[in-house]
Design a protein around this ligand. Structure first.
Ligand SMILES: *Cc1c(COP(=O)(O)O)cnc(C)c1O
Length: 390
């Protein structure tokens, strides 16, 4: 295992006997790929997020690809998103040959900034879609973003990888755009190992996504093999993709979703404990906007006051590591990543707020299975490092 005993990892999924037993049942059932369990998982998820439709996929990255395809993004189109995100958000735009219009963030929430977004629209009024990334599980300030979408007649696809469960002015994501995509990657609020879910109210999008998820075939294998009138016949109507979620993964998802509220309560209480213990230090604890009515607490990010301390963010991370605490950085802004930098010829200070945030931000461990001792190990480590180097 780890080199050090008692090393506290940055992230860990909450898996118990229920997930293990559910997987065993599927493995022994005679049907392991997309089938009955998958339908149950989709229905339960649709209920949980109050969505009309929920379509599962094998990753959120695949989900973003399908969502952009369904709203009609084509080669040469422009899609706006934040530079302060994981590369998957922007990569999905490139899958369709479209161009990414990067936007800087609001320095407090690390979310897409509506004013800077609007200035991009003044420059490129032809932008076809916006992908708001709801950083750490706090939903972006959506009212002005929805206004921009209306004014410029463009669509909104939410990157909701962090946002289960989250709400903005008491609205869930289904009310805040055209399509939303959640992730069930191993570190996310709930996990299926790898996986994702797309929600929408629009039946045309739902139909298109369902077809493109399964090779562009208009009736899936499960229907063909298990319906009253088994049929060997199918129509291929597009060159689609292979993005379906297995029943093995879906069975894990069903169990994870049952305890989603409980897991969320635990994350919320860890965040409250961190807020309490980390005040009055040379750092900012997460800023909570007045529009945020539910924060998923996928991440807990502290922002070091670098001007008040004698170490860099990287040195802080190294010292936390020496104390046996895993941390991470969200995110390395995309415009300084070699591919994106070279594609658009960016320089570092093109998005100064993202750079400033990147240089001082550290994500602390926040996951439901953390014990009281784990939490205090984190806060004590932060305090002792900052006491020594202030
Ligand atoms: C995790 C993540 C994704 C990708 O999710 P996958 O399910 O791993 O494809 C996309 N966007 C953001 C912001 C993420 O954190």
């Amino acid at each position: 295992m780890s080199k050090k005993n008692n090393f506290l990892p940055f992230a860990k999924p909450s898996i118990d006997r229920n997930e293990v037993n559910a997987v065993i049942d599927v493995m022994q059932s005679g049907w392991i790929t997309t089938g009955k369990e998958n339908l149950i998982f989709e229905n339960n998820f649709a209920k949980y997020e109050s969505s009309k439709y929920a379509i599962s996929v094998n990753s959120a990255t695949a989900g973003l690809h399908l969502a952009l395809e369904a709203i009609g993004i084509k080669s040469g189109d422009k899609v706006a998103t934040s530079t302060y995100t994981f590369t998957a958000t922007a990569e999905a735009i490139r899958y369709l040959g479209a161009e990414v219009i990067f936007v800087d963030i609001d320095e407090k929430t690390f979310n897409l900034d509506a004013e800077q977004l609007e200035s991009k629209f003044r420059e490129f009024p032809e932008i076809k879609a916006i992908i708001p990334v709801h950083f750490a599980g706090q939903i972006c300030d959506m009212d002005p973003i929805l206004d921009i979408a209306k004014k410029y007649d463009c669509k909104i696809v939410n990157d909701a990888a962090h946002a289960l469960p989250s709400s903005y002015r008491d609205k869930r994501l289904i009310e805040l755009g055209d399509i939303s995509v959640f992730s069930f990657y191993a570190t996310k609020s709930i996990t299926t190992g790898e996986g994702g879910m797309i929600i929408t109210k629009n039946s045309d999008y739902k139909d298109r996504i369902s077809i493109m998820r399964s090779h562009g075939i208009n009736n899936i294998a499960f229907d063909r093999y298990t319906s009253e009138k088994p049929s060997w016949y199918y129509d291929v109507i597009e060159a689609g993709f292979k993005y379906n979620l297995t029943d093995i993964a879906s069975a894990i998802g069903i169990e994870q979703l049952k305890k989603c509220n409980l897991l969320h309560e635990k994350r919320t209480s860890i965040a409250a404990e961190y807020n309490k213990e980390l005040e009055d230090l040379p750092l900012d604890t997460p800023f909570i906007s007045s529009t945020t009515t539910m924060h998923s607490w996928h991440l807990y990010v502290i922002s070091l006051h670098l001007e008040k301390i004698k170490i860099t963010r990287n040195e802080f991370i190294e010292l936390m590591n020496e104390k046996g605490v895993g941390t991470s950085v969200h995110f390395i802004p995309l415009h300084i990543q070699p591919y994106w930098r070279d594609l658009y010829g960016f320089s570092k200070n093109d998005f100064p707020k993202s750079i400033k945030s990147f240089e001082r931000n550290v994500s602390l461990p926040i996951y439901p299975d953390m014990t009281k001792e784990d939490i205090s190990k984190v806060t004590k480590s932060v305090k002792s490092i900052l006491a020594k180097y202030t």
